[in-house]
Each structure stands twice: as structure tokens, then as C-alpha cells.
Design a protein around this ligand. Structure first.
Ligand code: PHE
Length: 447
């Protein structure tokens, strides 16, 4: 078994896990999915699923990882030897691959926007011009492909340098900066002309439009944002110190994740309405909106440069955690050297990522059942693979994982874990599996 390091300190732990969790999911995906699903009511469901479903799943994953100190496949195999549970680990690798394929495209967009803000290209442009230039960028095909490639290379480079040095160093300072910046942007957006409509969109729930599919989307968003259901948190759990207050780390990470998503919503939606952009613009939403915000903001030039730089950092710290899941499998299971594992993975992602980028060009034939490849990967991971992985993980934790071991992980360093343990275990054993199963059955029309 490869020798495993642990995170050095509580803050380092939260920063490293936070680096995985906080990413494009919060800033790019949350506003676009909330926009497509009607705003406030969706957000309330997202909050409820985050607290009642996602946090317990995160704690399950941490427990599985820390109690075994293995990669996800071996962790399952160690806890339930010879069983099929290790397939959940393999599914996680597939999920990581599907996510990376579209993730690096959006991170590439962030790269392009960083370049455009450095060259002050948003300045003086109208909302229509900003839209035209963005559409031209996506339609060019080759530009997004180059950025996708560069982003993949950058992530691979960081993964080569190893867990602690590679991950912690970058996130400790930069994520809090992103937080402060978003806060400033949210305050600025609230003062825009016509911001009221955006605030109402965020705060006035209309439950009449909520269907089972909306709830599944909210759950999927929460899983995606918290990196759940695919082994990333099992992997991070395996690096958690034994005396670390695990529920507290989970709570801190979840809280930061949710706050960043909500701040992003507050920064985006008032501007969406103020600049006459459709909240249902889809994956483009944030990229069509933010340049307008920066163009009118005092200090907009420097803020846009810093923002897109931090967005890029947030994306890269997430993508390295995705890469890490695949690389760990290749090095520990397939016995490849780390260098090779990283090279093969990055090459494959460059190909699938480029195909996703090209599938977004108008008139592209890269689609399956009317959905372009990019949307397919996005939907498949958040609304199918991650909820399915989450379901299997709670079933495992609730019914297979020894309750004593699970409890030990929970209560290793605290009294507070003792108090919440029964509630969390009840949710994991009964409530969460039933809810996810109902949502799936509903989605395929059986309920
Ligand atoms: N949570 C990350 C984000 O919000 C994406 C991610 C998913 C990272 C799964 C790792 C594992 O951007």
C-alpha cells in the first residue's frame, strides 16, 4: 500500500477540501441551473437538500475514507471484502472522467475571459456586443479547444507536484479572497438599476413550477457543488487526520460551499435583470452577465482581472481533485507511475474535452438524442451518476458499514459528534435512500 500523507492542520484541511468543493459549480453552474429552474423555490430546495442529504453523504464519504485510508475501490473492498461494492469506486472514476470532460471547457472559458479582461476588452461594450463576442468565441471552435487544452495541462502540472504541496498552498489564501470579492460584487449588483427584479427572482419562491425533476436538479447541483457521490470525498477522507473533528470539517466545508453559491447568485441575478439577459440562458448565463457588471463598476478593470483569475484558481483546485481520483486509481490499482497516469489521463481529457467544446458550436453534429455532448456530460454527471453514487454510498454506510466503526469516525475528537450521530445515521439509513429512489423513479416516469 502506498504511504499516505495527512493534511497538516485544521485550516489546511478545510482549505484543501474547500478547494475541491468550491469551483465552477458554485459560480458558474449554480446561477445557470437556478435560473433555468425558476429561482427562489429552486434555491430553497437546494438548501434543504444540501443540509439534509448532502452533508450526511459528505460525512459518510469522509468516514469510509478515513477509516480505511484507501482509495475508494480498496476502501469498499476492505470494509466489505469480496463484495460488489467496489464497483461504486469504479463508477466514481467514470464520473470524474465525465465531469472533467466538460469542466475543462468552462474553465477554458474562464481563461479566455481572464485574457479579455487583462486586455480590457469588456470596456465600453454594450450587452449585445458582449453577447456577440462571446457567441463568436464559442462558434470559432478552435479557441475554446486551445483553452481546454491549456487548462488540462495546467491541472496535470499541479497534480504532478503531489497532494499537500500541490493543493493546500494555493487555496489557503486565494479562496478567502474569492469570497471577499464575490461579497463586494454582490453588494455592487444590488445597487444596479432594476436590481429589484433580480432580488425578487431570488427571494420570492413560486412553488407552482416545482416538479420532481426540479428537485432532482437541485439535489444534483448540491452533489456536484460538494463533490459528492463519486469518491472525491472518500479520497480526501483518507487524508484526514485521525484526531480531526470530522463533522466540524464537513460542516465548515458545506457552509463555505453554500455561501459561495448564494453570493454568486446575489452577484449575478440583479445584473441579469438589470441588463435584460434571460435567466434561462443556460451555461452561458454567467459569462454573458459578468462583463456587463465589470464594465459599469468603479475599478471594474482590476476587479474583473482578479475575479477571472480567482475563478480560474477555483476551477483548477476542483479539477485537480477530479484528476486525483483517476490518477490514484491508475497508480494504486494499475501500478502505473504517477507521471504516466497523469499523462494518460490528461491526454484522454483533452480529447473528450475538445469534443465537448466543439459540440457547443452552432450546427454541430456532436449530439446524442438532441443533446449536445457538453450538455450530456453535464446532465449525466449531476443528475444521474452523482445521485446514483450518493444513493449507493448511503446504502453502504447505513446498512453495510459497521455502525461501531462509523460511530468511531464521527466521534473521534468530540462530544458534539456523539449528539448528532443518531440523527445523521437515521437520515443515512432511511430518509436519504428513500428520497433519492423516489426522485429517480419519478424521473423515469414510474412514480
Ligand atoms: N465541486 C466542484 C465544483 O463545484 C466540482 C467537483 C465535482 C469537484 C466532483 C470534484 C468532484 O466546481
Amino acid at each position: 500500500m502506498a504511504k499516505r500523507g495527512s493534511f497538516g492542520s485544521r485550516f489546511g484541511t478545510v482549505a484543501a477540501v474547500g478547494g475541491s468543493v468550491i469551483g465552477l459549480g458554485n459560480i458558474w453552474r449554480f446561477p445557470y441551473v437556478a435560473g433555468e429552474n425558476g429561482g427562489a423555490a429552486f434555491i430553497l430546495i437546494y438548501l434543504a437538500t444540501s443540509f439534509l442529504i448532502s452533508i450526511p453523504i459528505m460525512l459518510s464519504e469522509f468516514s469510509i475514507g478515513r477509516s480505511t485510508r484507501r482509495n475508494p475501490m480498496r476502501a469498499f473492498n476492505k470494509l466489505a471484502p469480496g463484495s460488489k461494492w467496489k464497483l461504486v469506486g469504479y463508477m466514481g472514476i467514470l464520473t470524474a472522467f465525465v465531469i472533467l470532460s466538460f469542466y475543462c471547457v468552462i474553465a477554458g472559458w474562464a481563461f479566455e475571459f481572464l485574457k479579455e479582461s487583462v486586455f480590457n476588452q469588456f470596456n465600453g461594450r454594450s450587452a449585445d456586443q458582449i453577447r456577440d463576442s462571446f457567441n463568436g468565441f464559442v462558434a470559432s471552435g478552435w479557441k475554446p479547444v486551445i483553452w481546454t487544452f491549456l487548462f488540462t495541462v495546467a491541472s496535470a502540472g499541479i497534480v504532478l507536484s503531489g497532494v499537500e504541496k500541490g493543493i493546500e498552498r494555493y487555496t489557503k489564501i486565494l479562496m478567502p479572497m474569492l469570497f471577499v470579492l464575490l461579497l463586494g460584487m454582490a453588494v455592487n449588483s444590488l445597487t444596479l438599476d432594476g436590481a429589484q427584479a433580480g432580488i425578487e427572482f431570488l427571494l420570492k419562491p413560486d412553488f407552482s413550477k416545482i416538479t420532481g425533476t426540479t428537485v432532482l436538479q437541485a439535489l444534483g447541483q448540491s452533489f456536484f457543488s460538494m463533490s459528492l457521490g463519486m469518491g472525491a470525498m472518500i479520497t480526501y477522507g483518507s487524508y484526514l487526520r485521525k484526531n480531526e473533528n470530522m463533522p466540524r470539517v464537513g460542516a465548515m466545508v458545506a457552509f463555505s460551499d453554500i455561501t459561495v453559491a448564494i453570493l454568486s447568485g446575489l452577484a449575478i441575478f440583479p445584473a441579469v435583470f438589470s441588463f435584460g439577459i434571460s435567466p434561462t440562458s443556460g451555461p452561458e448565463l454567467v459569462f454573458l452577465t459578468l462583463p456587463n457588471v465589470f464594465a459599469q463598476m468603479t475599478g471594474g478593470y482590476i476587479i474583473s482581472v482578479v475575479f477571472f483569475f480567482l475563478l480560474f484558481v477555483a476551477a483548477i483546485t476542483s479539477s485537480i481533485s477530479l484528476l486525483e481520483v483517476i490518477v490514484l486509481y491508475m497508480t494504486e490499482e494499475l501500478r502505473l507511475s504517477r507521471k504516466r497516469a497523469i499523462f494518460y489521463t490528461a491526454s484522454a481529457i483533452t480529447v473528450t474535452g475538445s469534443l465537448c467544446a466543439l459540440s457547443m458550436m452552432p450546427g454541430s453534429k456532436l449530439s446524442v438524442a438532441g443533446m449536445n455532448l457538453f450538455d450530456l456530460c453535464d446532465q449525466l454527471s449531476s443528475n444521474v451518476l452523482m445521485p446514483l453514487g450518493g444513493l449507493l454510498i448511503v446504502l453502504f454506510t447505513g446498512w453495510v458499514f459497521s455502525p461501531v466503526k462509523f460511530r468511531n469516525e464521527f466521534t473521534s475528537n468530540l462530544q458534539y459528534g456523539v449528539k448528532i450521530f443518531p440523527l445523521i445515521r437515521f437520515l443515512i439509513k432511511f430518509v436519504i435512500p428513500v428520497v433519492i429512489a423516489i426522485l429517480f423513479l419519478n424521473r423515469i416516469g414510474l412514480l
